[in-house]
Unconditional design. Structure first.
Length: 103
């Protein structure tokens, strides 16, 4: 029975501590200023891609397009069949004596 009394005393002590809490006094118009700063349209959100602006995106896209066009033109100007034959001979896939070709 002593443990139940001790537990009840501890519960009463905790409940009595809640009476010691005083009301907090906030400055005038604190809520209004806080809500205004939270929902203002002038806030700038910083993310890890803040430097990736639309101008930079367009420049990057143009560079990729230019590189793809240059690679395509270079690919078409080289002789594909000669490169395929030399590749096959280098790795032993194509034997010039047996006339086996890769297509």
């Amino acid at each position: 029975m002593k443990t139940q009394n001790n537990i009840q005393d501890e519960i009463d002590e905790v409940l009595n501590l809640s009476n010691l809490v005083a009301k907090v006094k906030a400055p005038p118009f604190f809520k209004d200023r806080t809500m205004q700063s939270l929902f203002s349209e002038n806030t700038i959100e910083h993310s890890s891609f803040f430097w990736f602006t639309p101008k930079f995106q367009m420049a990057t896209l143009l560079v990729f397009i230019f590189l793809n066009v240059a690679a395509f033109i270079q690919y078409n100007t080289t002789n594909y069949n000669e490169q395929l034959d030399s590749f096959a001979e280098r790795y032993g896939i194509y034997d010039t004596e047996t006339l086996i070709q890769l297509n």
